[in-house]
Design a binder for this molecule. Sequence first.
Ligand SMILES: Cc1cc2nc3c(=O)[nH]c(=O)nc-3n(C[C@H](O)[C@H](O)[C@H](O)COP(=O)(O)OP(=O)(O)OC[C@H]3O[C@@H](n4cnc5c(N)ncnc54)[C@H](O)[C@@H]3O)c2cc1C
Ligand code: SF4
Length: 298
Amino acid sequence: MRCADHFGQLAGFDFAVTRDQALHVLDQFIGERLPLFGTYQDAMIEGEPWMYHSHIGLYLNAGLLSPIEVIRAAETAYHSGDAPLNAVEGFIRQILGWREFVRGLYWLKMPAYAEANFLQATRPLPDFFWSGNTDMNCLAQSIKQTDALSYAHHIQRLMVLGNFALLAGLSPQAVNEWFLVVYVDAYEWVVMPNVSGMALFADGGYLASKPYAAGGAYINRMSNYCRNCHYKVTEKSGEDACPFNYLYWDFLDRHREKLGNNPRLGMIYRTFDKMAPEKQAGVSADAGRFLEGFDKAG
Ligand SMILES: Cc1cc2nc3c(=O)[nH]c(=O)nc-3n(C[C@H](O)[C@H](O)[C@H](O)COP(=O)(O)OP(=O)(O)OC[C@H]3O[C@@H](n4cnc5c(N)ncnc54)[C@H](O)[C@@H]3O)c2cc1C
Ligand code: SF4
C-alpha cells in the first residue's frame, strides 16, 4: 500500500461520505448522545474516544450538513423533552458561538494572523507527535487515538495537545501544520484561530482573554489518563513529577513580561511569588532539564 508508514490509518474507515449518511449521523447523535453531551463534554477516558460528542464537525465543514439544520434538530429535541437544557444550550453554543466566532476572526485577521507569534515560541514539533511514543500518557493516548481515528475531542485538542505545545513553547506554525494534517475536520479557517488563538495565545489575546494553560491537576480531574502514566501527577518536582506541573509555572515565569499584567492571571502570579525561592529555582531546573532532554530527542 502507498504511504503505509504515514500518520493516520485507513482500516475501519466509517465516516459518512454522502448527505444521507451525514444526516443519519446527526439523527443518531440527537437521539442517543445529545442528552448527555452537556454532562460529559469535557471528560477524557482512556479507550473511549467518541464519548457523547456529535462527530459532525467534518460534515459541517465539508458542507454535508448546515449549521442551522443541526441547531434546529437540537432545539426540537429540547422542545419535545428528549434532551435537557444544559445539553442543548451547550451544543448550540459550540456551533452558533464558537464555530461562527472563529470563522469571523479568521476572515477578519488574515493574512497577518498566520504569522502571529506573540510569545515568540520557536521550538520545533517533537517526533513523538507523529508516533505517540512518549511516557506522558495523556499525550500518548491523544496522539495514538488521532493516528487511528483522525479524531480527538475538544478538550484533548485544547487541554492536552494544545496545552503541552503552549507550555513547551512549540512554534505556532509547526503546531498549525500538525493540526491541519492530522484531523479529518481540519480546514485552515478553523484550525488557525483554534491553534494560534485559543491554544497557543499567539495572537496576544485577541481570541482568548488569557492563555488556556494548566498543570497536571486539571488533566487528572478531567480524565483517567494519570492512573496509567509513568509520571506522578501529585508530584510537583523531580524526575517522577508530572511535567505539566513544573512546565506550567516555568511558562508563567518565563513570560512574566508579557503576561504579568493580565488581570486574569494576577492571583496565579501572586501564588508563584509566594513560593520559597528554592521551590521556584526547582521549577526552573526541572523545566530546563525536561526541555533540554526533549530537544535532544527531537
Ligand atoms: C487546537 C484545536 C484545534 C482544532 N481544530 C479543529 C478543526 O480542525 N476543525 C474543526 O472543525 N474544529 C476544530 N477544533 C474545535 C473542536 O475541537 C472540534 O470542532 C470538535 O472537537 C469536533 O468534534 P465534534 O464534531 O465531535 O464536536 P462536538 O464536541 O460535538 O461539538 C459540536 C460542534 O461544535 C463546533 N465547535 C465546537 N468548538 C469549536 C471551536 N472551538 N471552533 C470551531 N468549531 C467548534 C464544531 O463544528 C463541532 O462539530 C479545534 C480545537 C482546538 C482547541
Ligand atoms: S501524570 Fe501528567 S503527563 Fe501523566 S497523564 Fe497525568 S497529566 Fe499527563
